[in-house]
Design a protein around this ligand. Structure first.
Ligand code: GLC
Length: 465
């Protein structure tokens, strides 16, 4: 079995994390993201920083929460000077304090990350940090459970594909194309190829396509539909109630987001327990909403053999229809899966070499699904975000062997030295930009956890003698 070079991996990871550290906040990659901090990217990076400098890790969360809006929303993007082109295309909004924030959010990993950071702090620092962030996290979760709940399921509905963190994943791409490019958004079918070409030309102005070929990114149709969609969001001030009642644009109860959120709520209760003071409590009204969201995740978003597909997937709350695509997001309910049969079903799916346990796990879409595309961004490639969350899920459910194997394969992947943004799901060839903070963070954390699991295993052996 190949040896893992933990020292080299750690050095390379920390170098990248440092290169993307703007002083008090991190960007995914300094070359193409300017001074924009992203929600779940920063969460991964903060977890890695916690091993070496818990105070800097806490600062990463603080800087992210600087972007929190008065209504409690935490944006997916907090920028300290974003370009006008970026603002037009991605819909970022100017807010106070010299910050430019987006009007949309991203998978709410923050509470879980806070617990992860807390583990590396002494008791006093942890108390202080938890007390500082707890009220903000409660407001964020409360906003999701009120403003973003549109029906009796209590599930969180997303207003933009980027909120899933998985921009052009087919569960979003299909309804977005259907709505925007099939004559409703753009009034004529003839007009849209021309508009897609214009979008393509415009995109060349952005750093994104200057560094990465378009085959590895969202295509022009994806970007065009997202752009048209964002214009409507802006017009309605990103307000879900208005969008729900006055428009018929696609919104979705996204399975990956809802799974991360159910786990984040557990983390919120863990923080509350650790603080252990009457003034730091999740409000009662919220507790029942949290329970409902979690129950619905495991019932409403589960599809049993409909149209040939079984599993967890996204739901369109306007029609109640589930979208039959076998995505990595559909595996994330493992984080809180209460049912043993379904847990085994998901694990079998994960470890199936024809689906997700490929040469380079875990593709964003199963390789045997007709929607799978080997290089096209969230339509098929393997991302660090998914591996990072899955490693936590496997650890949580006690699948230590699976978690360790995922760490091992990840640390030995061909692209490890360059810390690519994502990888080819079969060959492991590095794709996207190199020097990507979340990939470096994943490696730093996996390397630590791999070694710690090895130590535990050794310890178990000697104690049995
Ligand atoms: C892309 C990815 C998203 C990530 C962001 C910053 O939009 O789809 O997951 O957070 O880039 O890296």
């Amino acid at each position: 079995m190949a040896m893992i070079d933990h020292e080299g991996i750690t050095d390379r990871s920390l170098e990248i994390i440092e290169a993307n550290d703007m002083g008090g906040f991190s960007v995914p990659n300094a070359q193409i993201f300017g001074r924009s901090q992203f929600l779940w990217d920063s969460c991964l990076v903060a977890e890695a920083m916690a091993y070496y400098d818990p105070e800097r890790a806490a600062q990463e969360i603080r800087s992210l929460l600087q972007g929190q809006q008065p209504n409690g929303m935490v944006p997916n993007e907090v920028s300290r000077n974003s370009s006008a082109a970026q603002r037009r295309l991605f819909g970022t909004e100017v807010s106070g304090d010299g910050l430019v924030t987006s009007g949309i959010t991203q998978p709410p990993l923050i509470a879980r990350t806070v617990v992860g950071i807390g583990k590396h702090m002494g008791v006093d620092d942890r108390q202080k940090f938890y007390q500082e962030v707890f009220p903000k996290l409660v407001r964020y979760h409360e906003w999701l459970l009120t403003d973003r709940v549109v029906d009796s399921t209590g599930l969180i509905a997303l207003i933009h594909p980027y909120e899933s963190g998985m921009d052009n994943i087919p569960t979003w791409r299909i309804p977005m194309h259907e709505y925007w490019l099939n004559g409703r958004g753009i009034n004529s079918r003839l007009q849209y190829p021309a508009m897609a070409r214009v979008t393509g030309a415009y995109r060349l102005l952005l750093a994104d396509l200057r560094h990465v070929p378009i085959e590895q990114r969202s295509d022009n149709e994806d970007v065009l539909s997202s752009f048209l969609h964002t214009r409507v969001l802006k017009r309605h001030r990103y307000d879900m109630e208005e969008l729900w009642q006055r428009t018929d644009i696609p919104v979705q109860q996204d399975v990956g987001f809802n799974a991360v959120f159910a786990d984040a709520n557990e983390a919120l209760f863990e923080i509350q327990e650790e603080i252990n003071q009457d003034t730091y409590c999740v409000p009662e009204g919220l507790v029942s909403k949290i329970g409902k969201q979690r129950d619905s995740l495991h019932t409403v978003l589960w599809q049993a053999d409909l149209g040939g597909f079984s599993g967890y997937t996204n739901r369109d709350p306007r029609t109640g229809n589930l979208i039959s695509v076998n995505t990595a997001a559909g595996l994330l309910p493992l984080l809180t899966e209460p049912n043993e049969k379904r847990r085994n079903f998901l694990l079998e799916r994960l470890y199936d070499q024809e689906q997700f346990w490929t040469g380079m796990p875990i593709p964003s879409v199963a390789i045997d699904d007709e929607q799978h595309n080997e290089t096209a961004y969230w339509r098929g490639v393997s991302w660090p975000f998914v591996r990072f969350i899955m490693e936590k899920a496997l650890t949580k459910i006690g699948d230590d062997i699976g978690a360790q194997e995922l760490r091992r394969i990840t640390l030995l992947r061909p692209s490890e030295p360059v810390k690519s943004e994502y990888d080819h799901p079969i060959t492991g060839e590095p794709l996207g930009i190199f020097g990507f903070g979340p990939s470096a963070a994943q490696d730093a954390v996996f390397s630590q956890r791999y070694r710690s699991a090895m130590r535990h295993a050794r310890h178990r052996c000697t104690s049995h003698k």
